[in-house]
Design a protein around this ligand. Structure first.
Ligand code: XUL
Ligand code: CO
Length: 445
């Protein structure tokens, strides 16, 4: 089954054709068992439920290196000493992979698409050149850009922060990169533009003025929004929360923190939230929790789909294969209007030891199938079981009478308190958690 990449070949994934749906009994690792893009579930095709996207940085830039050793896979599009040629070959490989997998979207950082130049102007020229080529690829294939972003965390100048850097002299560089990345996103018709604040946080409170730093972040995002709108960006700006890593404490900790931040700085009309499973678990939440909280605030934007390792505490960016996570996620999405203008970006990397070219396909296929199963299961739970009725009935006492009066804000504390004596001790009502869990498991089949 293993397929080797050969340097110099035009086709970078030879021997692998368009991945097709073969059904649950197929034993072919290079086929979908559950993801059937045109199958309609709850009134929408699977393709539209997910709007899958490929993450440029992991799939075409991550070569398996880790802090203990160098990369384990060679990229046949690499031309030593010529970063522009390498970027062009990478673009060919990316679109070959995306179209063979049959995915509709991709996402990139500026530096994934085009190399940093020796000057700000050269970096911008590189990005423009590669974005123009990406546009041709998009037009030829029908693949679209889910979101673009700027990598303002890798370069050493961002060591102490990007927009939250205590040194003002760093901020113009952040602005230059963000402006150019917004321009590229507009040129490529991106539906969203992401801000992930990897260095927007601190390592030690002893040397940090958190108020000034967070104010600077708010002001910077206002100006970025204003520029984007002026330049014609009609999509959604997204903040991607993460509680830590690389900084000890990141300001965009979780959905709830970002919701408060967006309202405080008047950004809530233009920005929404991009939620990542492994970031949720680092914040001691579940993926479903983070999505639910964002939906409740009307600020759910998009997803970075992956999973962490339950036994260690950092961002391992594994491909999501946990069927429970997928089912819980899809239960929340189906009850809250779905993915909208967002999508499911595979912010995930194959393991360092997965060194065959086909492993990149298998990783994505497996995760797409997991999410498809999650969708099918969640939809059955909602359509066939008593789940929804049970959940609604827990709140039935707020539907009429005094409960409804309180919920509509028409009952003061004195009136509410007086009811205690009148109603007496409330009857004990079971939360039935085990029954809910039983129902979920009953439909995982
Ligand atoms: C890092 C992470 C980023 C963002 C984009 O943890 O998730 O790749 O998704 O900058
Ligand atoms: Co991410």
């Amino acid at each position: 089954m293993s397929v080797n990449l050969t340097v110099g070949e035009k086709e970078f994934f030879p021997g692998i054709g368009r991945i097709s749906f073969e059904g649950p009994d197929s034993a072919n690792p290079l086929a979908f068992k559950h993801y059937d893009e045109n199958r309609v579930i709850a009134g929408k095709s699977m393709k539209d439920h997910f709007r899958f996207a490929i993450a440029y940085w992991h799939s075409f830039c991550g070569n398996g290196s880790d802090p203990f050793g160098p990369g384990t896979v060679d990229f046949p599009w690499e031309v030593p000493g010529d970063p522009i040629q390498t970027a062009k070959g990478k673009l060919d490989a990316a679109f070959e992979f995306i179209t063979k997998l049959g995915v509709g979207f991709y996402c990139f950082h500026d530096r994934d698409l085009a190399p940093e130049g020796k000057t700000v102007a050269e970096s911008e020229k590189n990005l423009k050149e590669l974005a123009a080529l990406a546009k041709q690829k998009q037009e030829a294939s029908g693949v679209r850009l889910l979101w673009g972003t700027a990598n303002v965390f890798s370069h050493r100048r961002y060591t102490n922060g990007a927009a939250t850097n205590p040194d003002f002299n760093v901020l113009p560089h952040v602005a230059a990169q963000v402006k150019a990345a917004i321009d590229a996103t507009i040129a490529l018709g991106g539906d969203n533009y992401v801000f992930w604040g990897g260095r927007e946080g601190y390592y030690s409170l002893l040397n940090t003025n958190t108020k000034r730093e967070i104010d600077h972040l708010g002001a910077f995002l206002q100006k970025a929004r204003d520029y984007g709108r002026k330049a014609g960006f009609k999509g959604t700006f997204l903040i991607e929360p993460k509680p830590m890593e690389p900084t000890k404490h990141q300001y965009d900790f979780d959905s709830a923190t970002v919701i408060g931040f967006l309202h405080k700085y008047g950004l809530e009309k233009d920005f929404k939230i991009n939620i990542e499973n492994n970031h949720a678990t680092l914040a001691s939440h579940t993926f479903a929790h983070e999505v639910q909280i964002a939906c409740d605030a009307g600020l759910f934007g998009s997803l970075d789909v992956n999973q962490g390792d339950p036994h260690n505490g950092w961002d391992t960016d594994e491909f999501l294969t946990n069927l429970y996570d997928a089912t819980h996620l899809m239960l929340v999405l189906l009850q809250n209007g779905g993915i909208g203008r967002g999508g499911m970006n595979f912010d995930a990397k194959r393991r360092r030891s997965s060194t065959d070219a086909e492993d990149l396909f298998i990783a994505h296929i497996s995760s797409m199938d997991t999410l498809a199963r999650g969708l099918i299961i969640a939809n059955e739970i909602l359509e066939k079981s008593d789940y929804l009725k049970m959940k609604e009935s827990r709140y039935a006492s707020f539907d009429t009478g005094d409960g409804a009066k309180f919920e509509s804000g028409k009952m003061g504390l004195e009136e509410l308190a007086a009811l205690a004596g009148k109603l007496g001790e409330p009857k004990q009502i079971s939360g039935k958690q085990e029954l809910y869990e039983m129902i979920v498991n009953q439909y995982i089949r």
